[in-house]
Design a protein around this ligand. Structure first.
Ligand code: IPE
Ligand code: IPE
Ligand code: MG
Length: 244
């Protein structure tokens, strides 16, 4: 399938809602945390594949603000996994920079420290940036941006789209061209609402632990088969392409 991919049109930024770990485990008669553990292996495989394909930003929805409402033992298991999976070696081997977005202060101190440490150890890596959304939700992010703007004493006329973008957690990143959700649900669940205004959406039934390199390539292929019009007509887009 790789042959069919246009390597000149690989999305710069791929965002993923990694869903279906719990159902994957349940199908095997196991605890939900078993599914989360398997999900970590998928993160490794998909990260390496993104680097190989030349993706520049991979943004992974790992724990949402709403996930704080899950049973405490599941939350603890997830925090433990975040801690144990942040091995410098993996980032160094792939030349991947690690970055976190979200309300980090709600996380256990030891997790916060590990996150900051991993960010600083990997800050010079430049093949790709892996962004992990932890204790993140889009409404939290936008509300925080509004608060920050007001406390800076910003004047109404200064509030442009670019200015709002610059107050978001994702301020230094391009918007995702492609958003993938695994696990069969057809919703966004409070993820990157501002940033995905014009993203191509790709939903698949595969549970995250089963999502492989081939599935990722299929999603990118689907993205490449679409015409992104940004409000213009098909004819305008074709003329623009022909004049290049
Ligand atoms: C996604 O898998 C991972 C997190 C939300 C942490 P789920 O845990 O939501 O799995 P399902 O959707 O219940 O199968
Ligand atoms: C979205 O999955 C959050 C993450 C993948 C981290 P959920 O499983 O929490 O979403 P809902 O509750 O089904 O919308
Ligand atoms: Mg889910």
């Amino acid at each position: 399938m790789t042959e069919q991919l246009d390597m000149n049109r690989i999305p710069q930024h791929v965002a993923i809602i990694m869903d279906g770990n719990g159902r994957w485990a349940a199908e095997r008669g196991k605890e939900r945390s078993f599914g989360h553990q398997a999900g970590v292996d998928t993160v490794r495989r998909i990260t390496s594949e993104c680097v190989r394909l030349g993706v520049k930003y991979l943004t992974l929805y790992t724990f949402s603000t709403e996930n704080w409402n899950r049973p405490t033992d599941e939350i603890s298991a997830l925090m433990g996994l975040v801690l144990s999976s942040l091995e410098d070696e993996i980032f160094m081997k792939n030349n991947v920079r690690f970055q976190v977005i979200g309300d980090i202060e709600r996380l256990p101190e030891v997790v916060q420290e590990k996150l900051r440490e991993t960010e600083s150890h990997t800050s010079d890596n430049d093949a790709m940036t892996m962004v992990v959304a932890l204790s993140y939700s889009s409404r939290w992010e936008i509300t925080k941006a509004l608060r920050d703007m007001i406390s800076e004493g910003v004047k109404p006329e200064d509030v442009t789209e670019a200015f709002v973008t610059a107050h978001l957690e994702t301020k230094d990143m391009p918007d995702p061209e492609l958003l993938i959700r695994t696990g069969g649900e057809l919703r966004i669940s409070n993820y990157l609402l501002w940033q995905i205004a014009y993203s191509e959406l790709y939903f698949c039934d595969t549970y995250w632990p089963d999502f492989g390199e081939e599935d990722l390539r299929r999603a990118i292929l689907s993205y490449q088969s679409r015409q992104r019009r940004f409000g213009k007509t098909e004819e305008q887009i074709e003329n623009e392409q022909n004049s290049k």
